[in-house]
Design a protein around this ligand. Structure first.
Ligand code: SF4
Length: 355
């Protein structure tokens, strides 16, 4: 049994057959997710039957922190984790005044091939298991616990842990929905990581079938759409997934959902010099989003090599933002964190294959 891939229901039903009480399940989950113990049942004094079963059948995933880089500019932290089969994934901690967000990977590489994204250039190697998603949070929380000075320098309390999760790292999370859903069930569980549902965000390049399924099964979490263009032809050039799930169909779905979905959808729009940064683009964007409950993040492109796409001119970017604002759209310019450590949006990549 892959321990971190089991949520409370799985553990209760599996161990219930061994006569294990809910109280023991709770204690063992606390060992894993609150005490961050490498052997979650070490202090739990489980019944002998369960102890024997655990020793024989349970594996507690371990990953190696191959590399850790701390940004000199904004104190964000990039982790490179080596998985059991040798593949590596990256996660980024992003501290702010009252919260710590982790940007998680859901796949090794990505099949979607967006042209402005380093991860897309890797292609898809494989999906991550729920345990491999959760271990990124657990390891990052362990690192925070070991690095009291990092919290102190940020004026955060010594007990502060990760408060927000965004699936914006390597991979398209809706291409790996089952494992992402299982991991989220443990993140939300008060016996697990105990994160508020609204503080967990799935970001998609526009996987409409996955978005429909995810909203159906997880209506309380937050969702972000990487939009990046206002015409089907331009978006298909930037993001090949648009040929499978056209932007118009996605926006129709969001428009319909806006009638019942209580939160705003986050629209991410990477602004690219002379590609999608004109006032005509802003006008089209405002028109497309008019009947949808949205917040818009404008993200100046972080150029990657050998791409020929460049960051927008700051004045044009501000004019773009002001135009949307005047149209009544809630909009912010978001500068990516961790640019000096290649942790910014679209820059996550690992080259190493299993040896
Ligand atoms: S932007 Fe997201 S969906 Fe597109 S290639 Fe990169 S990781 Fe995949």
């Amino acid at each position: 049994m892959d321990f971190y891939s089991q949520n409370r229901e799985d553990l209760t039903s599996e161990w219930g057959r061994l006569g294990v009480s809910q109280a023991h399940v709770r204690t063992i989950m606390a060992g894993a997710y609150k005490k961050l113990s490498s052997c979650p049942w070490a202090e739990a004094t489980p019944p002998r039957l369960l102890k024997n079963w655990l020793d024989e059948h349970a594996q507690v995933l371990k990953v190696e922190r191959s590399k850790i880089q701390v940004s000199m500019y904004d104190s964000s932290v990039k982790f490179l984790f080596k998985l059991a089969d040798g593949y590596e994934v990256e996660s980024v901690l992003m501290p702010e005044s009252s919260r710590i967000t982790i940007c998680l990977s859901s796949q090794v590489g990505c099949a979607q091939g967006c042209i402005f994204c380093f991860t897309g250039k890797m292609g898809l190697k494989r999906n991550l298991r729920a345990s491999e998603i959760l271990i990124q949070v657990i390891e990052a929380n362990r690192w925070i616990e070991e690095n009291a000075n990092w919290l102190k320098a940020l004026n955060l309390p010594s007990f502060q842990r990760i408060t927000n999760v965004v699936f914006m790292g390597m991979g398209e999370p809706l291409d790996n929905l089952n494992e992402v859903t299982k991991a989220i069930s443990i993140m939300k569980d008060p016996w697990g990581l105990n994160l508020a549902a609204r503080k967990i965000t799935i970001s998609t390049a526009g996987h409409l079938d996955g978005l429909k399924a995810a909203l159906e099964s997880m209506p309380n979490i937050s969702y972000a759409l990487s939009m990046h263009a206002t015409s089907e032809s331009e978006r298909s050039k930037l993001m090949p997934i648009n040929r499978r799930f056209p932007l118009g169909d996605i926006l129709d779905f969001l428009r319909e959902k806006s009638k019942s979905y209580e939160k705003d959808f986050l629209i991410q729009y990477t602004v690219i010099h002379n590609v999608n940064d004109s006032l005509e683009d802003a006008a089209m964007l405002a028109q497309l989003l008019a009947d949808i409950n949205v917040k818009v993040n404008l993200i100046p492109l972080n150029p990657i090599e050998p791409s020929r796409l460049n960051s927008p001119d700051p004045k044009r970017l501000e004019a773009f933002r002001d135009f949307l604002y005047e149209k009544g759209i809630r909009v912010m310019i978001r500068y990516s964190k961790g640019q000096d450590i290649m942790a910014a949006c679209g820059q996550l990549v690992t080259n190493r294959l299993p040896s």
